[in-house]
Design a protein around this ligand. Sequence first.
Ligand code: ARG
Length: 266
Amino acid sequence: KKKWLTSLVLTVGVGLLVSACGTGGNQASSGSGTAGGGTAEKVYVVGTDAAYPPFQMLEADNKITGHDIDVLNAIAEAGGFKVEWKNTGWDPLFDGLDRGTVDIGISSITITEERKKKYDFSEPYFEANQLILVAEDSPVNKLDDLKGKKIGVQGATTGGEVVKKAFGDTYQGLKEYDDMPSAVDDFFNGRVDAVVGDNGVIQYYVKKIKDKKFKLIKDDSFEKEYYGIMVKKGNTEILNKINDGLKKIKENGKLQEIYNQYFNKE
Ligand code: ARG
């Protein structure tokens, strides 16, 4: 009971101190346990699956790079907050947000109704769509032509969703991989007939392999997708900072500049 009283006194005391020092307004953040003069700044942990080029990549020295990394770093700078990067992988990124070991997720994550039930998203920062990757001489010209064929996707992505929507949740030919490079590897080795994934990534891989030609198909059923930055539901404190920074880099041309750097080279 004594402990409780002490902490109450401390909390109230610090609270009074903070409001006394503040220049009015409510910018004094009520951060978790960083009592003091406001110098101990919170560093937000950003999780990503750094195996989705050119959006998220892991360099030889374990440095995480890519379009989304540049975008979030620019947002943090413009929004006035500090971040630290963590290569979590795809499924563990969602778990990390659930458990609070990750504060922010950026990983070419499409804003979907299903995900919005559990997470909050920033305004969109990128427009995308699914693409089907097949061999150049493949008879496949639309999604429906893939029926009966082996299709590789990254598990728990919108690529898997479009296939399930077309052929059913238990479609035998669907192979779900933990990460995109594994799906693409199996395609190049002939273990699956096609890969379905985000356009930017599929195009990246196709460009890299110069000695072979491929066919990329956008099915009529593929809808526009928008990437958003994800936080745990209700975490409005950080979401507001993210949206504020994002607005700024949309307005000052920084977002476009980053886009050009990765997608408009030639
Ligand atoms: N945009 C797709 C989705 O949200 C795929 C994202 C996969 N991202 C990644 N880093 N592997 O489902």
